[in-house]
Every structure is written in structure tokens, then in C-alpha cells.
Design a protein around this ligand. Structure first.
Ligand code: SF4
Length: 216
């Protein structure tokens, strides 16, 4: 209550104001009941600087009751235009990876990002931006109730799992997001630049399938 009073008077220090704003967003989002409200809130969200450069927000795509949730880091240029995650070459590769283990965004997977607005110049989202956007992702996860989360890429993995470990240290282990098991693999955009690591990504997908088996 004291913070609220200071906020009203505009007397909170900048860092504390940011924490306070994130807390307020978390409280607001946790009170949101459904997908329509989440989309509406994201479309008008100005909780971090990424709101300034976005064309379209990228909420997510796929089956909202899927057992599988794949999480990447941020929308890129094509995603920002279309309002859908993982389109373009990285999207095609992801679709092929999903297909190789019997999954598809049209039927049994949901795909989202840690931030819903495109970082300028396709830079990595800042930790503060991912923290600001986290309440939306948390609410999406609450609604989907996936059995397994697959986090793609170092930036998303470190944010979702609240870790500073390298991707090679995070791969091949079962982590947790709350009570939901989570595993880590490479981001498809990274694999396009480093095709020799595709074999490791295939190992990760087989590991994901094995992890999912007892959860079904
Ligand atoms: S990235 Fe997330 S927190 Fe930042 S403005 Fe977009 S919706 Fe809001």
C-alpha cells in the first residue's frame, strides 16, 4: 500500500517503479480468466520498451489444450508482420523438427515466446523485458496445462528456467517450470546457422519423447 501511495505521487525510484509495474502486471494477468482477455491485454501492453517498435503482437499459435508447449525467445521481423511465432525459415525447420516426432502446430503443440513483441533489429530480448512479459507466459501455461515444456535456445532457457547455465549444460536433463517438466534444445534459427548441431537437436527431441512417455 505504501508503494501504491508513492507511485500515485510519482515518488518511486525508477528501479522500484519498474518492479512495482511488473508486480501490478502480474496481479492483473493472474486475474485474467481466458485467452481473449490475454490477447486484449497484450495488444495494449506497454509494460516494457518493446511495445514501442512492434507492428503486431505475437501471442502464440497452436492447440490450447496441447500436451506439448514449445517456447522460443522472441518474435522476429516476419513474425512481427504476421502476428504468428516461428514463420519463415526457422519456422519451417521447427515444423520439420515437430513433424519428425509426430507433432504439429496444427494439431498437438502450442508454440509461444518469452516476449510477445519484437525486439528491434532482432536482438535478444533483455532479461528485464522477459521479466516484464513473464506474467503472460505464466498465464498461458496455466491455461494450457502442458505435460511437457520444450524451451528452445539459451536466451529462452535461461529466462524460463531462471538459470545462468549454458545451453550445453542445460540440454539432456529434465528441469521444471513449477510442477511441469521442461527440457532444453537449440533454437531453430541457431540450427540454421549451425547445421552440424542438428544431430544434437534430434537427440534432444528423442529425449523429449522419452520424457513424455510416462506423462501421457
Ligand atoms: S514484450 Fe510483453 S511486456 Fe513488453 S510490451 Fe510486449 S507484451 Fe508487454
Amino acid at each position: 500500500m505504501k508503494e501504491a501511495a508513492l507511485e500515485e505521487m510519482g515518488l518511486l525510484p525508477v528501479w522500484k517503479r519498474r518492479v512495482f509495474e511488473e508486480k501490478k502486471l502480474e496481479e492483473a494477468v493472474s486475474g485474467l480468466m481466458g485467452w481473449d482477455e490475454i490477447r486484449t491485454a497484450i495488444e495494449s501492453c506497454t509494460a516494457c520498451p518493446l511495445s514501442k517498435g512492434r507492428n503486431k503482437v505475437v501471442v502464440g499459435v497452436g492447440n490450447r489444450q496441447a500436451d506439448w508447449l514449445f517456447i522460443g525467445e522472441a518474435p522476429g521481423a516476419e513474425e512481427d508482420i504476421k502476428g504468428e511465432p516461428f514463420v519463415g525459415q526457422a519456422g519451417k525447420l521447427l515444423d520439420n523438427m515437430l513433424s519428425s516426432i509426430g507433432l504439429s502446430r496444427q494439431s498437438n503443440v502450442y508454440i509461444a515466446n518469452t516476449v510477445k513483441c519484437r525486439p528491434p533489429g532482432n536482438r535478444n530480448p533483455e532479461p528485464s523485458e522477459m521479466a516484464a512479459c513473464r506474467p503472460y507466459l505464466v498465464r498461458q501455461i496455466e491455461l494450457i496445462e502442458p505435460k511437457l515444456i520444450v524451451v528452445m535456445g539459451r536466451v529462452a532457457a535461461q529466462s524460463v528456467l531462471d538459470s545462468e547455465a549454458s545451453i550445453s549444460a542445460l540440454r539432456g536433463k529434465v528441469h521444471a517450470f513449477g510442477k511441469i517438466p521442461a527440457i532444453v534444445t537449440y533454437h531453430p534459427a541457431y540450427l540454421l546457422r549451425n547445421p552440424s548441431d542438428k544431430a544434437k537437436a534430434w537427440e534432444d527431441l528423442r529425449f523429449a519423447l522419452k520424457t513424455m512417455e510416462p506423462l501421457r
